[in-house]
Write a protein that binds this ligand. Structure first.
Ligand code: LLP
Length: 418
C-alpha cells in the first residue's frame, strides 16, 4: 500500500493533502503516516511469528512519545542507548522486560536507572563495562541481566559512520575475546548471562550480511554450550534498510525497494531457529523511515556560475543526513508540475556550505512559495535535528486516514531561554 501518493496531481499522506497540512502547521514540517508505521510493525511481527521473538524498536531512529506509545500498544519493546531513551520508553509504557540497552558508554547513573527499571538486558560492549555493572549490581544486592555484544568483524560496505560490525569499530567485543568474557561473566556474583547481541550496521540492503552475522552467532552459541554456558536469547540487532531512491513512484521511474521483514526472517531464522532461543531484534529505520517526509517551502531561486540553487526553509539542522552522510533522499513537489526538469541544488538557509538537501538533482522548475517533500525522512530526521543557527526545531504531525494530529509542537524562540 502507498501511504504517500499523488491524487489529482497533489501529494497526499494517506488521505490528507500536504498543501492542507502546511497551511495549518507551517514549514518545516515532519509528516508521518500512522498506518505505514503500524503496517511495518505488523509485517515484522508476522514474519517472525514461527519463533518466540521480541521486536525492540530502536528509539534513536525517532523517539516521539506518540510514536513510542503506538509501538508499545502494538507490543513493541525498545532498544535504548541512553538514560533519556530509557525514560521515554518507560513513559511510553514499553514493558521493561522488553528493553535492551546498548551503548559503549553507559554512565553509573544510567546503569542504576536501568537496574531499577528491571530491563531485559544490558548489551555489554567492553570488559570494563562488565566489571562496573557487576560491582554496581552487587552494591544493589542484585544480579544484572546481560547479553554480550559480539563484534563479528563483518563489513557491510556501507557508509563508514554507520558500519558497526568491523573489528576496527568501537562497538562490541571481538569474537575471539568473547568466550573469555562470557567465562568471566559466568563466575561473577552481580551478573546473570541472558543472551548474545550483535549489530553490524545500518541501511543494510543485502541480506547476506545478516545471514553471515547469524552464522557467526549460531556458531558462537554452540561454542558457549561446549563451555557449559546457555543463553536464553539471541539479539540480531537492527539495520534493515529503507528505500531512499524513487520511494514515491512517479511516471517513467522504476522503484528500488529494499528487502521486506519476511525476507530477513526467512534468511536468519533458517540459521537461528534450530538453536531454539528467543529472538530479539532492533529495527529502527525500517519501522519509521519510509513513513515520514519532511515538508519545506521554497524561499528563493538563485543562479551563480551556471549553477541553479533552490533555497528552501529546511536546513541541515532539520535533516542532517545529506550533509553528514552524503545521503540521498528523493525530493518531490507537493503539486505535480507541467514544467520540464532542470538540474538544481536544493539548499537550506544555514550558514554552511555543507547545508544542502540535494545536489545536482533533476527536478521540475520550483519557484518561491512552492512546497517540496523530502521523502523517507522518518528515521534519523527529527531525532538528529538541532537548534543550529538558533532555529526552532520543526513540528511533527501524523496522519491516520483523513485525520491529522500534531504530535510535537514547533519549538518557539522562548524555548531557547529555558
Ligand atoms: N541497534 C543498535 C545497537 C544500533 O546501534 C542501531 C543503530 C540500531 C539497532 C538501529 O538500526 P536501524 O534499524 O535503524 O538501521 N544516523 C544514521 C544511522 C545510525 C544508526 C546507529 N545505530 C543515519 O541517519 O543513517
Amino acid at each position: 500500500m502507498d501511504f504517500f501518493k499523488y491524487m489529482n496531481d497533489k501529494l497526499y499522506c494517506e488521505n490528507v493533502s500536504i498543501n492542507d497540512l502546511v497551511e495549518q502547521y507551517g514549514t518545516p514540517l515532519y509528516v508521518y503516516s500512522k498506518n505505514a508505521i503500524i503496517n511495518k510493525f505488523r509485517k515484522y511481527d508476522e514474519a517472525f511469528k514461527s519463533v518466540s521473538h521480541t521486536i525492540c524498536y530502536a528509539l534513536k531512529a525517532n523517539s516521539n512519545l506518540h510514536l513510542l506509545k503506538l509501538l508499545a500498544n502494538l507490543g513493541s519493546g525498545a532498544d535504548i542507548v541512553s538514560g533519556g531513551e530509557l525514560f521515554l520508553a518507560m513513559k511510553a509504557g514499553i514493558k521493561p522486560e522488553k528493553i535492551v540497552y546498548a551503548s559503549v558508554g553507559k554512565t553509573d547513573k544510567e546503569i542504576w536507572a536501568a537496574m531499577d527499571s528491571g530491563i531485559k538486558a544490558f548489551n555489554i560492549e567492553s570488559w570494563q563495562e562488565l566489571e562496573v555493572i557487576n560491582e554496581i549490581a552487587i552494591g544493589m544486592h542484585r544480579r544484572a541481566p546481560i547479553a554480550i555484544r559480539l563484534n563479528p568483524d563483518i563489513d557491510i560496505h556501507g557508509h563508514p559512520y554507520i558500519s558497526t560490525g568491523k573489528s576496527i569499530n568501537k562497538f562490541g567485543i571481538n569474537i575471539e575475546q568473547a568466550i573469555d568474557v562470557f567465562l568471566k561473566a559466568a563466575r561473577m556474583k552481580g551478573v546473570r548471562i541472558d543472551g548474545i547481541h550483535c549489530h553490524i550496521g545500518s541501511q543494510i540492503v543485502n541480506l547476506d550480511y545478516f545471514a553471515a552475522a547469524a552464522e557467526k552467532m549460531a556458531a558462537f552459541v554452540q561454542e558457549l554450550e561446549k563451555h557449559g554456558i546457555q543463553v536464553n536469547h539471541i539479539d540480531i540487532g537492527g539495520g534493515l534498510g529503507a528505500s531512499y531512491e524513487n520511494f514515491l513512484i512517479t511516471e517513467g521511474q522504476e522503484t528500488s525497494r529494499t528487502p521486506e521483514p519476511e525476507q530477513l526472517a526467512e534468511r536468519v531464522l533458517g540459521i537461528l531457529s534450530p538453536l531454539d532461543k528467543e529472538i530479539f531484534f532492533e529495527p529502527g529505520r525500517s519501522i519509521i523511515g519510509e513513513a515520514g517526509a519532511l515538508i519545506s517551502e521554497v524561499l528563493f531561486r538563485k543562479e551563480s556560475n551556471g549553477k541553479k540553487y533552490v533555497i528552501v526553509d529546511a536546513g541541515m539542522n532539520d535533516l542532517i543526513r545529506p550533509s553528514l552522510y552524503n545521503a540521498y533522499h528523493q525530493i518531490v513537489p507537493s503539486e505535480k508540475k507541467k514544467s520540464s526538469n532542470e538540474v538544481v541544488d536544493i539548499v537550506g538557509p544555514i550558514c554552511e556550505t555543507g547545508d544542502f538537501l540535494a545536489k545536482d538533482r533533476e527536478l521540475p522548475h520550483l519557484d518561491r512559495g512552492d512546497f517540496i517533500a523530502v521523502m523517507t525522512a522518518g528515521a534519523y530526521g527529527y531525532s538528529l535535528s538541532s537548534n543550529y543557527n538558533s532555529r526552532p526545531r520543526a513540528a511533527e504531525v501524523w496522519i491516520d486516514d483523513d485525520r491529522h494530529q500534531l504530535i510535537r509542537a514547533r519549538e518557539r524562540y522562548e524555548d531557547f531561554l529555558s
